[in-house]
Design a protein around this ligand. Structure first.
Ligand SMILES: NC(=O)c1ccc[n+]([C@@H]2O[C@H](COP(=O)([O-])OP(=O)(O)OC[C@H]3O[C@@H](n4cnc5c(N)ncnc54)[C@H](OP(=O)(O)O)[C@@H]3O)[C@@H](O)[C@H]2O)c1
Length: 310
């Protein structure tokens, strides 16, 4: 298939493009920067320079490539201060709202058969009921105030993609990435916070996180492109775990001191309500549907081995 990847140069894009090429697909990779064209060519993709937030540029880029499929991997997360969650996600939220709409409309004009888009499968789930959620479970109807716009943008992306009845819209709710180029790799924000003992364990640390190695996320994306059907797939590992379990284990694995423990009220001061929610209250996700329908298995089945294997 001829595949147009928006977000081809990012942490997931760099894993995805070579796998698409290896699977025999023809790939067009989008970037804003002329300077990243060489990287795309090296990976085997045809470079396309366009700004995802410019509808005309997107329409022209997609119109020229005439892909069979579009894969939307656009984010712009950068450093995150959970006290200002929506502020720090503002650009990503635009990519998930306007960016999605521009790609969909460009895709419709050339009649793409499939549209695969990145979503998130960890903290957005409803915070009542069991610790691990399936695709059938609702997203959080009452998010922390600082996260409202971010969850609204995720909802927009998902509804727009699934509602595009002229194509096969597939939403991939990835778990929290770790592995090369992610914030959980040496030098990455979260990894360094854990290393420097600046990632405290808030309250009981009962928030459940689902992780995924970025290479496994890319493998699942190729499987979804080839075998997925309209709908949502959680792309997470086999081992959702509470913060109280994974955070001390990660600290130990990387030779850092055990994380500080802080009560909720102090956590609220330093990490805001959103930080407290993800540390104490978030729910994880189940990968049963992706395994069943995509024939996919994460090579890194648990963060327990994966964190240090990356
Ligand atoms: N599920 C998860 O846990 C998850 C999901 C996403 C990101 N993250 C993490 O967040 C950290 C930061 O990632 P990031 O968001 O900065 O992503 P990134 O990994 O740097 O990738 C962002 C991609 O989006 C493209 N992009 C952004 N804005 C664009 C625009 N206006 N027009 C065209 N392309 C645009 C970038 O292309 P150019 O820069 O080449 O233009 C790049 O290919 C990483 O550590 C990553 O692992 C985690």
């Amino acid at each position: 298939m001829r595949v147009f990847v928006a977000g081809a140069t990012g942490a997931i894009g760099k894993q995805l493009v070579p796998r698409l090429i290896a699977a025999g697909h023809e790939v067009y990779g989008m970037t804003r920067s002329a300077s990243k064209q060489a990287l795309l060519s090296q990976m085997g993709a045809v470079p396309v320079v366009a700004d995802a937030l410019d509808a005309d540029q997107v329409a022209e880029a997609v119109g020229r490539a005439k892909p069979d499929v579009i894969i939307h991997q656009l984010t712009a997360i950068g450093a995150l201060d959970t006290r200002h969650f929506d502020r720090d996600f503002a650009r990503t939220n635009r990519l998930r709202t306007e960016g999605t709409d521009y790609l969909l409309s460009a895709g419709r004009a050339v009649g793409v058969r499939r549209f695969v888009a990145q979503s998130y499968g960890a903290w957005p789930y409803i915070r009542t009921g069991g610790p691990v959620k399936s695709e059938e479970d609702p997203l959080d109807p009452t998010p922390a105030r600082e996260m409202r716009e971010t969850i609204a943008a995720i909802r927009h992306l998902e509804q727009a993609v699934l509602g595009a009845r002229w194509t096969e819209g597939i939403v991939l709710r990835y778990g929290a990435f770790y592995g090369p180029g992610t914030s959980m790799a040496p030098g990455g924000q979260q990894f360094e916070m854990v290393r420097r003992r600046m990632f405290p364990l808030v309250g009981d640390g009962g928030g459940v996180w689902s992780f995924i190695h970025v290479a496994d996320a890319a493998e699942a994306t190729v499987a979804a492109l080839e075998r997925g059907r309209r709908g949502i797939y959680n792309i997470v590992d086999d081992d959702p775990a509470p913060v109280a379990e994974w955070l001390p284990a990660l600290a130990q694995q990387i030779g850092a001191k055990a994380p500080m423990r802080v009560p909720r009220f102090l956590g609220r001061l330093f990490a805001g309500e959103a930080g407290v929610v993800v540390m104490t209250d978030a729910r994880g996700a189940s990968n049963a549907k992706a395994k069943r329908e995509l024939g996919w298995r994460p090579a890194h089945s648990s963060w327990r081995q994966g964190f240090t294997a990356s």
